[in-house]
Design a protein around this ligand. Structure first.
Ligand code: ADP
Ligand code: ZN
Length: 209
């Protein structure tokens, strides 16, 4: 199954993607994670991407599409994949159409006020990219690999607002683009509550194909 997760930053796409990946045995492809790996290198490209990301803007389409195209050509993507954070612009979606046929697009919906609260308390493991909230994990150490958690630069309050605007302007038009394959879910509840209807939907879809 080839799945896209669509939704504002902080809507819970990453958390949902990990559950789908585990149960349906397909890789989660997060362009944010791929870019964060690039940024760790010491190259002119890394510095450019780092600057764009920390300001909350978007990496240029051409570069992003190349990165995804390369990743999707790997053998683990043959059975399917979950795209988390891609496409983020209509141009990226149009390019993706020429690379692969997407079965379904899951739109994760959450009010902006809750997004701002959640992102401000979000902490990430810099080693394995597991996501936590300061409420659930006040020790701020990764429960999987024991690494001290960090707050991503772009989860700082001044950047969050900008990322939400970028989503509204550049990414929300994709809701129309994919209107023929859209499944909507609210992530206002717990991660498991969010996942439940998605799992049921995907099981039915899998049985049909
Ligand atoms: P979130 O979904 O929480 O905003 P991500 O981890 O998906 O964060 O992305 C972090 C940053 O990486 C984005 O703000 C952007 O700068 C860059 N990025 C990720 N995916 C894309 C994409 N598809 N196109 C352009 N830039 C991207
Ligand atoms: Zn970890």
């Amino acid at each position: 199954m080839k799945i896209i997760l669509l939704g504002a930053p902080g809507s819970g796409k990453g958390t949902l993607a990990k559950k789908i990946s585990r149960d349906f045995d397909i890789p989660q492809i997060s362009t944010g994670d791929l870019f964060r790996a690039i940024v760790k290198e010491d190259s002119p490209l890394a510095h450019k991407v780092k600057y764009i990301m920390s300001s909350g803007g978007l990496v240029p389409d051409e570069m992003t599409v190349e990165l995804v195209k390369d990743r999707l050509s790997k053998s683990d993507c043959k059975k399917g994949f979950i795209l988390d954070g891609f496409p983020r612009t209509v141009a990226q979606a149009e390019a993706l159409e020429t690379i692969s046929k997407i079965d379904t697009v899951i739109l994760v919906e959450l009010a902006n006020e809750i997004i701002i609260e959640r992102l401000s308390s979000r902490r990430t493991c810099p080693n394995c990219s597991e996501i936590y909230s300061t409420e659930d994990n006040p020790e701020e150490v990764c429960k999987k690999c024991n690494t001290p958690l960090i707050q991503r630069d772009d989860d700082k309050p001044e950047t969050i607002k900008h990322r939400l605007e970028v989503y509204e302007t550049n990414t929300s038009p994709l809701i129309n683009f994919y209107s023929d394959r859209l499944f909507k879910v609210s992530s206002a509840g717990s991660p498991d509550e969010t996942y439940r209807p998605v799992k049921t939907f995907l099981e039915k879809l899998e049985a049909k194909n």
